[in-house]
Structures are given as structure tokens and as C-alpha cells.
Design a protein around this ligand. Structure first.
Ligand code: UDX
Length: 448
């Protein structure tokens, strides 16, 4: 099939490259000329596992093309995916201006029946609005349908999520469009992937509801973790005990500094906004957002207590990306924590295996970026693990202790619970995780 994907960001590029991997002929349209020339050479502006060889392979086999402008060729595809950004507006609603602009731009080029697919995360009713915009801008009586087909790609695992999804959601009221979508995803249908065929509004809401539910699990476990600290209980044991109940499931029950990334913060805010615009409230999601904000502030309080105040103290932050395996700082709890520490007068020495260039862009000279985690801990008053990169688990804690500034009992704050308290204390650190209230060995422990 001939397919166009408009927008070559995280979602668009993965979609384009994977559809080309299915054997379709795909053109990715990207309005940033610098990105276009880089992509044409197979250079990807962000890190995503397995994506680079897929893009290069697609380009070489002439299954994947990248271009800057929407034109007759791109609009002449059987299917056009819209995969542009829908960032948060100030009031938390999703900003749909890019989606609407694309709809306006493609409409005059349409000649034959075309299926336009919303891949971007968009509020309920957007497919209808896109339909109206296209209708108004068509060059004649051209048949078309607008389909909602939300993505559920995790950053860092997006390619494998695309090829082996838990489910695919397709929202359309048109049986003609349904047949076309069956051709697009023929490979996944043949593999036995579960498909939900529904109307566009349900598809749009499924995406928000799914992300809000996952965010709810995280805020829930973070609240229980805080309770564990007060009640002298270990959160890992509680999470394991809960997760073994198949109705609950063990995933997304890792306590930490709060969720971040390009989706959960934005989508939870947008969902509360969608509800309000329908005259409803989703109180649980409003609370989830609040808890997430409080969790980040709570982490800063922990650091302050461990350091005995923040002004003039040197804090080593290990891990700045919003999760391991990506170089993305969007709404990363680490960025928020760093800003709060700087505002309180702390000096920061930070390390991240992948995101350091972006950290430099965001913080400039306000932060000391270190290529090596051992440089980051040198002279530090407190060491904070913020993102659970696997390499931090391999740190030589004896060497770390010697490099730090705090004499006999330096403090290690493990905001992702990557260590067991015992293994850290063995080296003579004061240790605190998140929700690790159980004092099997109260000696050398930090106050919760
Ligand atoms: C998420 C969804 O998983 C994906 O389906 C959706 O389409 C896009 O948003 P992503 O943002 O890539 O994917 O990251 P994810 O792995 O879900 O993690 C999001 C955030 O939650 C990270 O900050 C992570 O550290 C945090 N998290 C996750 C926890 O704090 N605890 C957990 O148990 C799981």
C-alpha cells in the first residue's frame, strides 16, 4: 500500500519505519528541513532502540521516503497518518493546532478515496473536527474517511511495541475505511493480535483512559510507599504481594519520584480537561496529578534532610532522563527536582548515560555535567539516584564512598529502589529509598 505519515517525531517516525517494515511504501513528511536532511541519511534525532536499522533499511530498499512538504504525491496515498504533536496548552487541554493545520493542508490535494488516520493523542470528538476541516478544504466531491488509531508505544521499546502490540484500537464508522485499515495491519491481524473495532470517539477515549490508569497505578503505589515509610513497612514486599493478584498485576507498581515523559503528564491533564468540557470531573485523575507533583517535592525534602540543608551543598544526581533507555528529558522528575534544588541554592553535579547533551541545553552552566558517574559523586554531600539506569546498580560503592565529601557516613538516596538497603549500608552509607520503612537494621539509616 502507498501510505503517508505526517510528522516524523517519536511516534511518526516509528510508525513510518514500521509500516515500511510491513512492506508498504511509506513517505514520512517532516516540516523541519534540518531533520529531513538528517533522516534521509538515516540519522535519527533521538535514541530509540532498533529504530535506526529499520529507517536505514527502509530508505535503502526504497520502501521509506522522507520529504519536507505535503504535495500531490504524499496526499495521493491510500492512507494518510497524522502523527504530529498535541502538547499541553496552559490550561492543560491538548493543543490541536498542528493536527488541524495538517488536515487543512492535505485536503486540497486529495483526489481519490483516502483514509486519514489520527495517530496523535487527541481528545474525544477530534476525528469529527478533522473530518469537518477536510470537507471544507477539499477541491471537489472526493470521498474520504477519518479514523482514530491511537498509539500505545513506550519510548525505548516503540519498535517492538509496534510489531508486537497488546492490542490495536481502530475507531471508524465506515466499513470501507475498516477494510483499508485491515490491509494496513494485515500482518498483525495474521499474527493474531487482538483488534478492537469501534467508533472514533471510543478509540480516542481508550487512549486517555489507558494512560490515566497506568499513571494512577504509579501515584497509588507512591502513596502506599509514603505510608510504608510512616508505618515501618517495605514497599517492594507490598507491591509484590499486591501484584501477584492477577486482577491487579505487578507492572507499574514501582515506587519512585513520580511519573514523567511525553505522555502521562500531558494525557492526565488533558483527560481532566476533556471531562470538564463534558460537564464531568474525573476526581481520581485530578488526584493522581496532585500526588505526582507532591511526590517530586517530597523527594527534594528527603534530599534536604539528608544533606542537612541545601544552600551551598553539593548534590550528585545520577540519571536525568525520565526513564532508563531513552535520552528524553520531557517532564522528567529529575529535571523538576534539579530545578528545585538549584532554587534552594544547591550545587549540582549530574550524570546521565544518554541525556547529558540535552541536560546541557536545558541547564547550561547552572549544572555541572559529568561524563562519568564517579566524577559526579566526587566531593558530593549527598548522592541521589534519580533514574534507574542499570549501570548505576554496578557502581563500585566503596570507591563512591571514598570520593564523596561526607567522611564516614555519606548519604545515598535511592529514589528508584535499585539497591537493597542492606547492600548499601554494608559500605557504611546512610541509605534511604522510597517506601522502605522497614528497619531490619536501623543503624545508619536516614530518618524517614
Ligand atoms: C507511556 C505508556 O506506557 C505508553 O503506552 C504510551 O503510549 C506513552 O506513555 P512512556 O512514556 O514511554 O510510555 O514510558 P513508561 O515506561 O510508561 O513510563 C512512564 C513514566 O512512569 C516514567 O517516568 C517511569 O519512570 C514512570 N514509572 C513507570 C514509575 O514511576 N513506576 C512504574 O512502575 C512504571
Amino acid at each position: 500500500m502507498k501510505i503517508t505519515v505526517i510528522g516524523c517525531g517519536y511516534v511518526g517516525l516509528v510508525t513510518a519505519a514500521c509500516l515500511a517494515g510491513f512492506g508498504h511504501t511509506v513517505t514520512g513528511v517532516e516540516k523541519d528541513p534540518a531533520k529531513v536532511s538528517a533522516l534521509k541519511e538515516g540519522l535519527i534525532p533521538f535514541y530509540e532502540e532498533d529504530l535506526a536499522p529499520l529507517v536505514t533499511g527502509g530508505l535503502q530498499k526504497k520502501r521509506l521516503f522522507i520529504q519536507e512538504k505535503i504535495d500531490e504525491n504524499t496526499a495521493g496515498a491510500e492512507v494518510i497518518f497524522i502523527a504530529v504533536g498535541t502538547p499541553s496548552l496552559r490550561n492543560g487541554a491538548a493543543d490541536l493546532s498542528q493536527v488541524f493545520k495538517v488536515a487543512e493542508e492535505i485536503a486540497p490535494y486529495l483526489k481519490n478515496y483516502t483514509v486519514i488516520v489520527n495517530k496523535s493523542t487527541v481528545p474525544v470528538g477530534t476525528a469529527k473536527q478533522v473530518r469537518e476541516i477536510i470537507k471544507r478544504n477539499l477541491a471537489g466531491e472526493i470521498p474520504f474517511d477519518v479514523v482514530s488509531n491511537p498509539e500505545f508505544l513506550r519510548e525505548g521499546k516503540a519498535v517492538s511495541d509496534f510489531f508486537r502490540p497488546d492490542r490495536v484500537i481502530v475507531g471508524t464508522n465506515s466499513s470501507r475505511a475498516e477494510q483499508v485499515m485491515k490491509k494496513v495491519y494485515a500482518r498483525l491481524l495474521a499474527d493474531g493480535t487482538p483488534f478492537i473495532w469501534t467508533n472514533p470517539e471510543a478509540a480516542e477515549l481508550i487512549k486517555y483512559a489507558a494512560n490515566a490508569f497506568l499513571a494512577t497505578k504509579i501515584s497509588f503505589i507512591n502513596e502506599i510507599a509514603n505510608l510504608c515509610e510512616a508505618a515501618g513497612v517495605d514497599i517492594d514486599t507490598v507491591a509484590r504481594g499486591m501484584g501477584l493478584d492477577k486482577r491487579i498485576g505487578g507492572e507499574f507498581l514501582r515506587a519512585g519520584p513520580g511519573y514523567g515523559g511525553s505522555c502521562f503528564p500531558k494525557d492526565t491533564r488533558a483527560l481532566t480537561h476533556i471531562a470538564r468540557s463534558c460537564g464531568q470531573r474525573v476526581l481520581i485523575v485530578e488526584t493522581v496529578i496532585k500526588i505526582n507533583e507532591q511526590q517530586k517535592a517530597r523527594m527534594v525534602r528527603k534530599i534536604r534532610e539528608a544533606a542537612g540543608g541545601l544552600k551551598g551543598k553539593t548534590i550528585a544526581l545520577l540519571g536525568m532522563a525520565f526513564k532508563p533507555g531513552v535520552d528524553d528529558l520531557r517532564e522528567s522528575p529529575a529535571v523538576d527536582i534539579a530545578n528545585r534544588l538549584l532554587a534552594a541554592g544547591a550545587r549540582l553535579q549530574v550524570h546521565d548515560p544518554m541525556a547529558l547533551e540535552r541536560v546541557k541545553e536545558v541547564f547550561g552552566a547552572r549544572i555541572n555535567c559529568c561524563q562519568d558517574p564517579y566524577d559526579a559523586v566526587t566531593g558530593a554531600d549527598v548522592l541521589v539516584i534519580v533514574t534507574d539506569w542499570p549501570e548505576y546498580k554496578e557502581l563500585d560503592l566503596a570507591a563512591v564512598k571514598k570520593l564523596m565529601n561526607t567522611g564516614d557516613t555519606p548519604a545515598l538516596l535511592d529514589l528508584r529502589n535499585i539497591f537493597t538497603p542492606q547492600e548499601v549500608r554494608r559500605y557504611g552509607f546512610r541509605y534511604q529509598g522510597v517506601g522502605r520503612g522497614w528497619k531490619g537494621d536501623p543503624e545508619n539509616d536516614l530518618q524517614n
